[in-house]
Design a protein around this ligand. Sequence first.
Ligand code: FAD
Length: 324
Amino acid sequence: MTKKNIEMSVLVYTESEEGKFKKTAFEVASYAKGVADMMGTTVTAVSFNAKDTSELAQYGVNKVLKIDNDKLSKFNAEAYADALKQATEKEGAKVVVLGQTANDKYLAPLLAVHLGAGYASNVVELPANTDPLQVKRTAFTNKAFSITQISTDVKIVGLSKNAFGLKENPVELSEEEFSPSLASEDFKVNVVSVDKAADKVTIADAEIVVSGGRGLKGPENWGMIEDLAETLGAATACSKPVSDMGWRPHSEHVGQTGKPVAANLYIAVGISGAIQHLAGINASKTKVVINNDPEAPFFKAAEYGVVGDAFEIVPKLTEKLKEF
Ligand code: FAD
């Protein structure tokens, strides 16, 4: 076995919520392992208040720096960037990997400023080279790719959700308590509380999204969308006009001007497939459309399509799925 260069491990920020790792933590860890193998080094994760870090060993993490600090129990970009900077320097890391959640998108640019590092967001593949680091990223709301090089000493990579997937790669994991000295505990911005609909899968975390459009005729018909989503353990979403008309909350609007969706399965019901809608959802792996107009543009973008009346098809589909 060749000796690993542990002096400059790849650092990975593993996001958690209420003490539990989010799925993105395992995906970024899998990716960091891929980068570390290319560099002949190891992976160090930084965890903020995660209760059980042992699962990281499954995804190639060799060491975890455990931060247990009540002041950091809620995400705070300023303080987390400060702590990650110290972890990067302590480990001598040359590459830092994050995901692309809302928190990551806030955190990564701050960290880049603290470290004087170059940052490439929306990365979809392992780097072609690691020094300078050359990566492929999506551009123009997923309509194109760009090849980007980062030539700074420390490089930060933001991995697109679902682009790399989970890769099991069990290794031995060591844990180390880590207490970064925070410049100030008097943060400029504090999250006071997070108001989350109980038990609802959020669009950002969802593996499956069931989305409804104007073809559903009115808010009174959303029961069948919710029923299908609940059966699949999916999040619900909608097209822009649907939220504009107040049929559904704006938090469900997906597309170019709404939330991006990078799910494994996106089911579009009564949605025509306008370019602005597709721009926000086409990073999803498998797209299924149910529409009564065979000429609807969505059929060209989808992997699977059903031509027919949503009011007949959706309840039948849900009924069938409930049998499993
Ligand atoms: P429609 O286009 O009205 O389509 C309804 C579909 O339902 C039709 O294809 C019809 O055949 C089908 N249908 C009707 N009855 C049934 C039935 N019984 N069973 C099955 N199918 C049925 N849109 C977004 O979604 N997200 C965005 O982020 C977004 N951003 C925009 C930004 C800009 C600057 C602009 C100009 C527009 C944007 N839009 C966005 C709007 C977009 O152009 C479309 O108007 C919108 O996506 C259409 O929504 P829809 O598919 O629900 O409605």
